[in-house]
Design a protein around this ligand. Structure first.
Ligand code: RFL
Ligand code: PHB
Length: 390
């Protein structure tokens, strides 16, 4: 098989890039390790910054998002029984976020790829990039007993944190930065009315909690749990009880509970790999960087990578100018690190760290008091939460 751009990974990053390139007449193939059903069964992000939503529209995939997604102009922070609303609209110069599940967004991207007869190969086994520093790289994969070779100009590593792309960059070239947090998030999806029309991020001495939603009939809640906990340790009853304990009384009192339809634990980690280019391989999204979900930046950072990469590839193919590709890694990383800082800050502020001293805890409380009382602090939070400019 021969194509211009071979994209490894059929998650939101890979599919979005594939769709945008196809619309510009740039030939590409997506190789995805799992089945479409498996990719669509992963419950992940829920909050899209306006820049990501704009990119979805540019990819001609924004129709259902605009119809069914909810525009949120603020969210709440709960602390010591008090609820404080952060007015995103007011403090970010009129911006907002869209609450629309990653599952739905990925489904829309798959549908668009189908409509345009884009090539997305599922269940591609043993995907392996080759000759990345040569002018003609290629990728091989196995399907059934057959090994298939895809010749291309560029390979895009959009295969998530555990993918093969980043691992194919020599250790001598790649620098990795990592921070592992001593807790995870237990997430529950339930077909119940959300407790609040806007998200609530709660700081509590028993641990962080988050009330989010997918629609007015579908709630998504999270609680901080020790890394040693497993899903089996948490019955639905135990989950609801613990969630309510971490929220202000007025919120717990109106919580509608019900059976969980999905329950999973995600460990929290910050990670960045530099550079994001090796020869003709370009990394994008979770393949190059991950953040703890507290600031809702992960998918959005993937979106800014795709924005830069898309424009760089279009410039290369349409104008014969490779400057965008040359600048990709440094441009993408500059924004990635700002998202890292914000996610680290929000995680540190809102979670309970087992090894913290009383001094550390006191500072967090003061940081919260400052945030609750200072418009400048809320402006900074809002600016980062709606997404910094691309
Ligand atoms: P993905 O989604 O991991 O997709 C990568 C795809 O590559 C495939 N793959 C391979 N394919 C071929 N060959 C191989 N060797 C392969 N290895 C892997 C995988 O099967 C997969 O389909 O990465 P991508 O596309 O870069 O997208 C990134 C986002 O998924 C991620 O950043 C977000 O989900 C993070 N995240 C959030 N981000 C936000 O912006 N806002 C949020 O509100 C938010 N909430 C969250 C989150 C992540 C969470 N978890 C579970 C980590 C909440 C949670 C709980
Ligand atoms: C979600 O709805 O899954 C969600 C929302 C906000 C976050 C993280 C996850 O910060």
């Amino acid at each position: 098989m021969k194509t211009q751009v071979c994209i490894i990974g059929g998650g939101p990053s890979g599919l979005m890039l594939s769709q945008l390139l196809h619309l510009k007449g740039i030939d590409n193939v997506v190789l995805e390790k799992h089945s479409r059903e498996y990719v669509l069964s992963r419950i992940r992000a829920g909050v899209l910054e306006h820049g990501f939503a704009k990119l979805m529209r540019e990819a001609q995939c924004g129709e259902r998002m605009d119809r069914e997604g909810e525009i949120h102009e603020g969210f709440f922070i709960a602390h010591q029984g008090e609820l404080k609303r952060v007015d995103l609209h007011r403090f970010s110069g009129g911006n907002s976020v869209v609450v629309y599940g990653q599952t739905e967004l990925t489904r829309d991207l798959y549908d668009a790829r189908d409509r345009m007869k884009g090539v997305v190969i599922h269940n591609a086994e043993d995907v392996q990039p080759h000759d990345l520093t040569q002018p003609h790289p290629f990728v091989t994969y196995r399907q059934g007993g057959e090994v298939v070779r895809v010749d291309c100009d560029f390979v895009i590593g959009a295969d998530g944190f555990h993918g093969v792309s980043r691992k194919s960059i020599p250790k001598t070239v790649l620098r990795e930065y990592e921070k592992v947090y001593p807790f995870g998030w237990l997430g529950v999806l339930s077909r119940t009315k959300p407790v609040s029309p806007e998200l609530i991020y709660a700081k509590h001495e028993r641990g962080f909690a988050l009330c989010s939603l997918r629609s007015q009939v579908l709630s998504r809640y999270y609680i901080q749990v020790p890394l040693t906990d497993t899903v089996e340790d948490w019955s639905d009853e135990a989950f609801w009880e613990e969630l309510k304990r971490r929220l202000p009384d007025e919120v717990s009192a109106r919580m509608v509970t019900g059976p969980s339809i999905e329950k999973s634990i995600a460990p929290l980690r910050s990670f960045v790999a530099e550079p994001m280019r090796y020869g003709n391989l370009f990394l994008a999204g979770d393949a190059a960087h991950i953040v703890p979900p507290t600031g809702a930046r992960g998918l959005n950072s993937a979106g800014s990578d795709i924005y830069y990469l898309y424009h760089a590839l279009v410039r290369h193919y349409k104008q014969g100018d490779s400057q965008g590709l040359e600048e990709y890694s440094s441009k993408a990383l500059a924004r990635v690190w700002k998202a890292q800082r914000f996610s680290w800050w929000m995680t540190t502020l809102l979670h309970t760290f087992p090894a913290n001293s009383d001094y550390d805890n006191k500072l967090r409380d003061v940081d919260m008091a400052y945030l609750f009382s200072s418009e400048a602090a809320q402006r900074s939070l809002a600016e980062n939460y709606v997404g910094l400019p691309f």
